[in-house]
Design a protein around this ligand. Sequence first.
Ligand code: NOJ
Ligand code: CA
Length: 607
Amino acid sequence: MSTLRLPFLSSPVFRLAAALLLAGGTTACNQNAKTETNTTTTAKPEAATRPTPAALAKPAGWWKETVVYQLYPRSFQDSNGDGVGDLKGIISRLDYLKSLGVGTVWLNPIYASPNDDNGYDISDYRQIMPESGSMADFDELLKGMHARGIKLVMDLVVNHSSDEHAWFKSARASRTSPYRDYYYWWPAEKGTPPKRYSTFDVKHDAWQYDAPTKSYYLHYFSKKQPDLNWNNPKLRQEVHNIMRYWLDKGIDGFRMDAFQFVAKDPAFPPMPPVTASTFTNAYNHGPHLHDYLKEINREVLSHYNAMTVAEGAGRNTAEAMLFVDPARKELDMTYTFEGTGVGSDADTYKLTDLKRVYTHWDSAFAQKGWQAIDLGNHDQPRMVSKFGDDRPAFRAPSAKLLNTFLLTMRGTPYCYNGDELGMTNSQFTGIADYRDVAARNAYALLKQQGGDEKAFFHNLARFSRDNSRTPFQWDASANAGFTTGTPWIKVNPNYLTLNEASQDKDSASVLNHFRRALALRQQHKVLIHGQYQLLDATNPNIYAYTRTLGSEKVLVVLNFSSVPRTWPLPAGLTPSGKPWLNNYPQAVPGGPAFALQPWQAVVVALR
Ligand code: NOJ
Ligand code: CA
């Protein structure tokens, strides 16, 4: 079995899926495809737009001081009973978002899409997919967020489009199409194209033969996600115009999907063989990547006060800095997958690895640049099931501890929806429960070729992307209050006891702990900007660090284990007063050592 080292798919199940995936499977939603409306001719640059007054009102660097809430629209709130979450559903929950105190929402893709990869295959960058609602709904959502002081960040998915995008439909129809060079083609008369690796293709072949023009096209992801040709200035102008379109609507930034892959040498010179584990590094950082980013900054971003976050940018901290060094005028922040990647080899997970990775990445940005802090997202299992302990006795304290970590580190915290409640991995019982095309196709191949089903399902239960995509658990009513219809993916049965309504009422809940931790961060700049210093690096159970800003110093002590632990206070550290935050009612006894309960998390000022 080959291994897969994709940043967002770094778990064993995806290594399995990579090995087993059937080429470019489609989901049931193809009827939603639309065409890009205003791109029937090649793009012309639009005049750079003047910043809106609202944009001017945002203080420079606002994105360092915000907390981002990642919202997966398909699973958040259904408003019309079709079982799929939608924009009207989110609108009905705006006061909940406000109650969390988050400053920014990152919305996963809601653009027109045949949903081969749940919206990461876009068929029209200026339309809303019908399942999500209409542009009027979007405008209302944005207005409602802004009215509540919440900013909105959207995904920018431009390493590839959908094969159902008007550009690709035209490009594949004729070698003389004006859109032909928006994509990469290898004419069959030149023979077999040079080997390139695809993650979502069953044969891992990134070249798909297309009969109408007797050519192959390139797709690093599924064959329904053809790669866009960034060497073509017209394509780049199209992207700039798409960005302006959304920024002019008033959105506050972009999460740049798979951006590390956009730059490619169009000659496709021979490369050393690429495998699942070398894919990310091999195709990362192609020629002119930074030129493209500088161009985006010059043409678009410099005219707005928008934030940008690059997915998995850079193979190491030095490369990551190239994206976010302010002097280079490219992007604002990056997030590494090394953090969420820890623990993906489930049986070898060690807290010391987590500490090492987060500390290393913090030190890289100690002087300049900025990073995101996250422990989960829509491509990862639930953080409490992976890094905490989701058994009933420990779920709440460990979820509180993980949220304490996210909200007391240096960098912008990204909270994935549901993690503020401590939502857990799904409890699926068979392949029929899974929706992710990767899981389903991997299983189909397993059935064809034979293999260890028990191990397969064990792996899926721990690492499937569907773990984090089950419906948001609002209350104890049918389907957790997510839908009145049949949810597109099963609700986790633990919604009867684990839900927002019951936690909202309980001041000791995970939800209210999250709100307190977030408010604390907003009150104390030391928690945002303060220097981070790891303590007791080799301790296998305790993650402890200080944050220091001027004369203010704070200690964070996290017992990452399900048993009580004693942690001797390092010499010279003297706690001052009551803890700022504690996920247990019991005070931490003072003196030379902390006596910590299982998963106890304490934040306390130091003298
Ligand atoms: C990263 C996204 O997070 C993931 O969900 C998607 O499959 C790939 N990029 C391809 O767009
Ligand atoms: Ca719906």
